[in-house]
Design a protein around this ligand. Structure first.
Ligand code: NI
Length: 166
């Protein structure tokens, strides 16, 4: 297994929707294991393949340190209610956190790493993580879901940081 390099805002790759997975092969299983290792090392509670520069519809997540799960070609098929996630953050959006409006309850479908069809309901922290990671696969970052004013503040701060780094 190996640690993958995580792309950060404003990398344009993060804005492009990814392609669905057509074959679950050894390469994909290796990617999933590498994604999990990268997530734990960061540390984070979820990671989408796009964040590692991989154009595939795959996420891994582990909200309660109970071992990671992978979801291939995940899709939200039902969503209802409103909740505010507190202090949401993202490995691709360094040094920034914000409350984000999310659905309270979702139903997600996808495939597990064995190619088995999954369909399940999620609420609470798991629901927020899944919405966040599935957003990534559609080229959406959590800063796209906050007020324009807050987003501008972050973009300016990030620009300044990148300038100082170079
Ligand atoms: Ni993220």
């Amino acid at each position: 297994m190996s640690i993958l390099n995580i792309l950060t805002y404003p990398d344009p790759f993060l804005k492009e929707p990814v392609k669905p997975v057509e074959n679950i092969d050894d390469d994909l299983l290796r990617i999933i294991d590498d994604m999990a290792e990268t997530m734990y090392q960061a540390p984070g509670v979820g990671l989408a393949a796009i964040q590692a520069g991989i154009d595939k519809s795959v996420i891994v997540y582990d909200p309660e340190e109970q071992g990671f799960r992978a979801l291939i070609n995940p899709e939200i098929i039902e969503a209802e209610g409103r909740t505010i996630s507190e202090n949401e953050g993202c490995l691709s959006v360094p040094d920034f956190r914000s409350d984000v409006q999310r659905f309270e309850r979702i139903v997600v479908k996808g495939l597990d790493r064995d190619g088995k069809n999954l369909k399940f309901e999620a609420t609470g922290v798991l629901s927020v993580i899944l919405q966040h990671e599935i957003d990534h696969l559609n080229g959406i970052l959590f800063i796209d879901r906050i007020s324009a004013l807050k987003r501008q503040m972050y973009k300016r701060k990030r620009k300044k940081e990148l300038k100082n780094d170079s």
